[in-house]
Design a protein. Structure first.
Length: 501
């Protein structure tokens, strides 16, 4: 077995791992990145990027109906060319992938294609397929664990890739289903429910908690649920899946929820050869039998550490399989020189790509002997890219009260502004702050079109302990949706113009 030495070894080339590798190399360190699949990881190949590409197409489809129904544009949707849509998505992924590969190469990162397992605190054995043996790598400065996560599955509901799928294969399954049962009302479940509805499928969304996006502000869940129901999605919250089984025949009777959209084109050829029948216990009443062509299991993600041989470095996981850092400021574990980033981290890390980028920067800079500021987890924005979107940062109203804050809350419908009326999709801005113009902004919660693009100023407000008076000082362009954010702060600052408190 050959032996190699470098400054830093990173295991896993997803957003957490490749950002660590790039920054460390930019800072002059020798870096070896081990990846068993494709650099870019979940986010680029099975997560953020392909799903948002598809959701963009979904938005265009929804726009046809809006054009006709609201604006007199005599447009109809002819059909959806699934293969063309997929080709555009794949081209975006492929160009991003090439970009990441090029950046790693330009930075001088050695990328080893293989599966890594720890052989000691800073020594890694890499099985390289086809190379006829393993490589041994030792890190002088540090080892970074960035092996990410995979979809959680449920016993008895193992993915078949066809009728029972996870987010890993939902977008890659052949054709579009005519009906989908989505299990899980977190961000991924909501996005996929929204996407399939835009594509013309009958969609039922089942969430065990009392509300969708249970970690978000209750008003966000309420507005989102109302909007999804208006779009014809059947939303069952406080509902439990009792059991499910594959059905042989195509579920012609599956369309029990929602109202089919006349202009949604042919939602693909469907998935041939049957579907799934599930028994669901709703919050009230008797169990329902829901049949659908596809069951999408979106019940969370689990960290990936199998085969990693953490014990060789003296590391253990917590009860949920995460690798906890001993020091959240540097993300170093209890074993000196071993760091962890990305989805492998427990909360307060958030299982989000942009959080993992920030973690990668912190670890690389620490390894280079700098003293970076720790990741400010309280100010990481959270977005759901459904229609409508949700975006938030900081504390919900309930969490702020639970934390002992006295709070002032202001809610403004987006339709209170001219641009909100133009979009005509409802939505809101909700600000949670300490009372008074100079009180601290604790949380901002947005629902509506394009709110993913609107959250960043609120992120600065929360991160920089700004007050409503600070934000109200800044002029928002007219007419924009961001005006609603400005107006909400103006009111809390005691200077409301159109919304007079
Ligand atoms: P990963 O991206 O999972 O990368 C881990 C890498 O490690 C993988 O490439 C894997 O092959 C490799 N690996 C594992 N074990 C080994 C080993 N032993 N040896 C070698 N290599 C190994 N986040 C957002 O911020 N915005 C979004 O819009 C968003 N949308 C999402 C949509 C979906 C459907 C999903 C599933 C996730 C989404 N996320 C989103 C979450 C985001 O994808 C993750 O937070 C992010 O990918 C985590 O990065 P990571 O580097 O920790 O892990």
């Amino acid at each position: 077995m050959s032996g190699n030495t470098t400054d830093v070894i990173v295991i896993g080339g997803g957003t957490g791992g490749y950002s660590t590798a790039l920054r460390a190399a930019h800072l002059g360190l020798g870096v070896t990145l081990v990846e068993r699949d494709l650099v870019g990881g979940t986010c680029l190949h099975r997560g953020c990027v392909p799903s948002k590409a598809m959701l963009h197409a979904a938005e265009l489809i929804d726009g046809v109906a809006e054009a006709r129904e609201r604006w007199g544009v005599k447009a109809t949707l002819d059909s959806i060319d699934w293969s063309a849509l997929v080709a555009t998505r794949d081209d975006i992924v492929s160009r991003n992938h090439k970009g990441v590969e090029g950046q790693l190469s330009a930075a001088g990162v050695t990328v080893v294609r293989g599966t890594a397992a720890l052989a000691g605190p800073r020594t890694v054995r890499v099985d390289v397929p086809g190379a006829g043996g393993a490589e041994l790598w030792t890190a002088r400065r540090g080892l970074v664990l960035a092996t990410g996560s995979r979809p959680r599955t449920l016993p008895g509901l193992e993915p078949t890739g066809k009728h029972v799928v996870t987010s890993d294969d939902a977008l890659f399954a052949p054709g579009l289903p005519r009906s989908v049962l989505v299990l899980g009302g977190g961000a991924i479940g909501v996005e996929y429910a929204s996407f399939h509805r835009s594509m013309g499928a009958e969609v039922t969304l089942v969430e065990a908690a009392e509300r969708l996006l249970p970690l978000e502000d209750a008003d966000v869940s309420r507005q989102l649920t109302r909007a999804l129901k208006k779009r014809g999605i059947t939303v069952l919250t406080g509902a439990r899946l009792l059991d499910a089984h594959l059905t042989g025949a195509p579920p012609a009777d599956a369309h029990r929820s929602g109202t089919g959209r006349s202009d949604a084109g042919t939602p693909g050829a469907g998935t041939p050869g049957g579907g799934v029948a599930a028994r669901v216990q709703p919050a009230r009443g008797e169990a329902l039998v829901i049949t659908a062509e596809r069951l999408l299991v979106a019940v969370g993600r689990v960290p990936v550490t199998d085969g990693l041989n953490l014990a060789a470095a003296g590391l253990t996981t917590d009860e949920r399989g995460h690798v906890p850092p001993a020091d959240w400021a540097t993300l170093e574990t209890a074993v000196p020189g071993v760091y962890v980033v990305g989805d492998l981290l427990p909360p307060p890390s958030l299982g989000l790509a942009h959080a993992s980028f920030a973690e990668g920067l912190v670890v690389a800079e620490t390894l280079a002997g700098l003293a970076p500021r720790p990741v400010d987890y309280a100010a990481v924005p959270r977005v759901t890219y459904s229609s409508p979107q949700t975006a938030s940062v900081g504390l919900s109203e309930a969490a702020a009260k639970d934390a002992g804050h006295e709070v002032a809350v202001n809610v403004l419908p987006l339709t209170a502004t001219a641009k909100g009326m133009v979009h005509g999709q409802g939505g809101m801005v909700k600000v949670v702050a300490e009372p008074g113009p100079e009180g601290r902004v604790l949380g901002v919660h947005l629902v509506g079109p394009h709110v993913s693009e609107m959250i960043s100023e609120s992120q600065l407000a929360v991160a920089w302990d700004a007050s409503p008076a600070d934000i109200a000082q800044h002029i928002h362009p007219h007419p924009t949706l961001t005006e609603a954010v400005g107006e909400t702060f103006l009111t809390l600052a005691g200077r409301g113009l159109h919304q007079h408190a």
